[in-house]
Design a protein around this ligand. Structure first.
Ligand code: CO
Length: 295
């Protein structure tokens, strides 16, 4: 597995390196209504029926409701081992607390990149604020060498997420990954991820380099966009083929979407609920360790 970090450069800079190869849409996955935790209603795209794994990504949920009964019971104590959970809030707050004394409160516009490593038990509890709760949780796999590392949190305040205005009407919040000379808020993650929150005004286009070899997708959470003639609507995920840049246009009204990319890990995946390891034996071990209180 090639592990060279391809720094993201601007679209124009990439053009000096020769012919650009645009990423095109290979599959569109709809967000499907689902429930998780203590009955939180959400839309699951990756990790649902259609596709279980887009290496290194394991799951993407969008939770959005202005009815507190859809989410207020939250995600009471549950374990994780062997991967990372990334929570990004657009509206509302999410409190978290784990069995190792860590706690915090995610605010609107803030993010948490939690590396579960060898294991934590935590709760994730929404807090109502003006009713609306809106955010995302992404699961990112860890390579075998890091699955049993010590847990780690990167809690990012809203004001610590760099915001780049690439051109008029093209604005990007950098949760992770470099863009236009700025460095994303989250650092030192195994798969060298990109996690951008892109806001396009009507008629505008994002046209930026993406590291070739990364698996990449977009998830549209507001409006409709097009990539090379393919239309992607609200609550749809579009998987992208390989290439070295990405052009996404808001041809009609304004649109907002996530761009998420990471180096594929290329290892065997054994998965059961909140445990993601390489072998079935390691999953059984995770159950034993959890039940014995060793997390
Ligand atoms: Co969790």
């Amino acid at each position: 597995m090639e592990t060279v970090l391809n720094k993201s450069v601007s679209g124009t800079a990439a053009a000096t390196g020769g012919v650009r190869s645009p990423r095109t849409v290979t599959q569109i996955i709809p967000g499907v209504d689902a429930q998780d935790g203590a009955g939180v209603r959400l839309k699951r795209s990756l990790g649902g029926h259609e596709l279980q794994l887009f290496d290194p990504f394991l799951l993407l949920d969008e939770f959005r409701s202005d009815d507190a009964s859809d989410y207020i019971a939250g995600f009471p104590d549950h374990p994780h081992r062997g991967f990372e959970t990334v929570t990004y809030m657009l509206a509302g707050r999410m409190g978290h607390k784990d069995n190792q004394g860590n706690s915090g409160l995610l605010k609107p516009g803030g993010a948490q990149w939690m590396t579960a490593g060898r294991g934590i038990v935590h709760s994730e509890m929404p807090e109502q604020e003006d009713g609306l709760m809106w955010g995302f949780q992404l699961w990112v796999n860890l390579p075998a060498a890091q699955k049993m590392r010590a847990p780690r949190y990167q809690d990012i305040e809203p004001q610590d997420i760099p915001e780049v205005e690439l051109s008029e009407g093209v604005r990007v919040r950098l949760v992770a990954g470099d863009l236009a000379g700025r460095t994303g808020a989250v650092r030192d993650i195994a798969v060298n991820p990109i996690y951008w929150d892109v806001h396009l005004e009507a008629g505008r286009e994002l046209d930026e380099a993406l590291p070739a070899g990364h698996n990449a997708f977009i998830y549209v959470y507001d409006g409709t966009v097009s990539i090379g003639g393919a239309e992607i609507r609200t609550s749809q995920m579009a998987l992208l083929g390989d290439g070295d840049h990405l052009a996404v246009a808001a041809s009609g009204a304004a649109a907002r979407f996530l761009v998420i990319a990471g180096q594929p890990i290329g290892e065997q995946v054994a998965r059961h609920g909140p445990f993601v390891m390489n072998t079935r034996e390691e999953i059984l071990q995770a159950f034993q360790d959890y039940q014995a209180g060793r997390f």
